[in-house]
Design a protein around this ligand. Sequence first.
Ligand code: TYD
Length: 206
Amino acid sequence: MSSGAPFITFEGIEGSGKTTLSRWLAEWLGAQEVPTLWTCEPGGSELGVALRHTLLQTSVDPLTELFLFLADRAHHVRTVILPALHQGLWVICDRYTDSTLAYQGYGRRLNLRWLRRLNEVATHALEPNLTFLIDVPVQVALTRTTQPNRFEQESLAFHERVRKGYLRLAEREPERFRFVILDGTQPIETLQRTIQHTVQMKFCKN
Ligand code: TYD
């Protein structure tokens, strides 16, 4: 399914800086008078806030965890993302379907083929037009996190699998231009300039 306005997602492990950068992009677009919505997963809707709380606090088995993320996403897409895109708003989303492939697929080792299919069902096959993957070494990322949640308390090996999973997803993406991998250890101004340039080149033709 495609909609008129761009749908841009930010991905990466915890502490990669994607929330700061995605918020910055939404603010920059707003300053250019581009109608923009910033949102996130999990927790981008009212129901999502409750699901997010459960997901971050309660230990559950991988399959239950997966279905909670998918419930959050299904509701988010139907009640927030698609209505915004149909109104012509640019949507900037902090985490989306690639998080499920990286965390539940590579991290928890659930079957990637199922996950792709379930993502497709949950989202009405709505795919991002552009995804920034903010890549940082696990050791660097973890020193940036304070008050670790349930995911941040996972083992180093888990985080390494998630990081490598993201890189693999970006490499094997059939439409390779959808992913832009950024080195998250660069100064924030450099990252912002690259993001701005990429968005201008891709979506602002005149
Ligand atoms: P959050 O505090 O939002 O982390 P961050 O600021 O890094 O985005 O916590 C969300 C956690 O949920 C994060 O550790 C990644 C995880 N997650 C999944 O495992 N699968 C998913 O599909 C999504 C969207 C998030």
